[in-house]
Write a protein of this length. Sequence first.
Length: 337
Amino acid sequence: MLKTDWSIALALYREDGTPIGRLPVEVDWEPAHQWVRHLALCRGVVVRRRGAAEVRPLWRRAGGPAISGFRVAVETDGQPGEVACDFPATYFRSVALALSGPLVDAGHLASGETFRYLALAEPAPSNGGAAASAGFVVQEVTPAPVLHAGSLDGLRASATVAGEAAADEVPAFVPRGVLGEITSCTRRASPLETGGALVGHLNRDAAAQTVFSVITAQLPAEHTEASAVRLAFTADTWSAMRRALDARGRGEVLLGWWHSHPVREWCRQQKCPEATHERCALGHDCFSEYDRAVHRTVFPGAHSVALVANDVSDTNVTVSVFGWSLGMLGPRSLYVT
């Protein structure tokens, strides 16, 4: 169970330092929780199945309330008894961005105006011993993943890197043939979006104290609701994926997902010159709020990756990669074997 005795608020300021206001926010702590659990796996430490995980403020100066970030600590079955990780205040950036729309609507911000924020922590109001409010308590329901022994350096030696690495990202490997299958599915589905699951194994390099993902296959998604601008995975989609995964009988697990962006179709609808399609900003590292919501809901694990196949021209499909780093979702790299 993840708990905190603190309420978080953001003090907002314009670029010139003029205060905009101070607003309480509800923080999604689970990605940070998952990140610390990943660190425990890397170190070979067993996290207590029902053990406590706690959020602790990191004060900018003694007495608060301004914080530079926070620490998440989880109980373990060994010494020293917990694994902890510190997270910067940039973790609250997505929460701050979500506030901008209502502030613009209320006239407190001009459309497109930039602003800064300062994170604040104060003791949460007592509720007479009742459970903490939604968003502050997470009940552990998934078992620890099965880890296979592997050599990180051995795989890296035979791989090429796609994308730009993010700090502290969990290494992930994919065969070039799997990317070829994704390209073929993308072209067949055009001008609609399509997608699927990425499956494989989690490996641990004991010497390097590192856990990494090895993708072995992609499973095309069935029973989806597709258009040129969105792909919705239904309950039947996930059920079919689970059945396909079980039928393979290889002990694989879900490591992430992929979906396509029919960029050339978008450009044609906007009547963009064909020569500019491959340079379209939507064809490079575009991960919508809807995409982020899917990834957070279904793939909150620190190792989980999301691939976007960008159908930018009749002859070219590029791949953008996204994943977690310190509990924050953004562009990352991928090792292609």
